[in-house]
Design a protein around this ligand. Structure first.
Ligand SMILES: C[S@@+](CC[C@H](N)C(=O)[O-])C[C@H]1O[C@@H](n2cnc3c(N)ncnc32)[C@H](O)[C@@H]1O
Length: 218
């Protein structure tokens, strides 16, 4: 990690040796730093998914919407792999996301923009449904469970794949929040846990899960 003008920089090397440079703030709320689940999901995207430019039967780029992007590392990785990405988070994270998009612009073969999306609020501006919804470390406080589920239901279409990566925390209310979220999620989505062996060989951890979700109705 290096320090650049008040931002602590987290570097993440891609398999081809190119390096994402992600600024983190020295103070602020949880979205100002890169969380381990974001690293795991970023490297999973690189290892397992083809977000490449249009080819073969595909006539347009893969569209990706990330929820609770924080620094934007996951979506920026997706855009560096060729996807058209919307990073979303609260208003106070917009400058950091925009800064990080700018820092990594040279690596992007897709597109990347930052927008405000507060869970539970109107998603009309984000439709039609994206091909992928990505979320890293977004299940962590009780009040967000219902708004986050509403946003997932409102955004996802029948063809949307949702990749939800999170660290299983054992302290405080965390296990209860995770259990509640998954229980409610299963009412509208089919859940499949991606086996650890399919995660990136280096960036994986027993306590970090990646779920793939598909809407079952609605
Ligand atoms: C633990 S951080 C994870 C950030 C990033 N995904 C990562 O893993 O590095 C959770 C993120 O969710 C965002 N968030 C929390 N509540 C939200 C809400 N109601 N609407 C939109 N974003 C929210 C926070 O601002 C923060 O960026």
């Amino acid at each position: 990690m290096s320090d650049t003008g008040g931002l602590f920089v987290r570097e993440l090397e891609r398999g081809d040796g190119k390096v994402l440079r992600i600024g983190q703030l020295t103070s602020g709320d949880v979205g100002c730093v890169v969380w381990d689940a974001a690293i795991v999901l970023s490297k999973y995207l690189e290892a397992a998914l083809d977000f490449g430019a249009p080819e073969g039967h595909r006539t347009k780029r893969v569209s990706v919407l990330e929820l609770g992007s924080g620094t934007g590392i996951v979506g920026i990785m997706a855009a560096s792999l060729g996807a058209d990405v919307s990073l979303t988070d609260l208003d106070e994270l917009q400058d950091l996301m925009k800064q990080n998009i700018a820092w990594n612009q040279d690596l992007l073969t897709g597109t990347c923009r930052a927008k405000v999306l507060k869970w539970g609020e109107d998603v009309a501006g984000y439709l039609p449904p994206p091909d992928y919804i990505l979320m890293a470390d977004c299940i962590y406080y009780e009040e967000s469970v219902h708004p986050l589920l509403k946003t997932l239901k409102d955004l996802a279409g029948p063809e949307t794949s949702i990749l939800c990566c999170y660290e299983q925390r054992t302290t405080g209310r965390n296990p209860e929040i995770e259990r509640r979220f998954l229980e409610l999620l299963e009412r509208d989505f089919a859940l499949e846990q991606i086996p650890l062996e399919e995660h990136d060989a280096e960036y994986r951890s027993e306590d970090i899960r990646i779920l793939r979700l598909h809407k079952t109705h609605g």
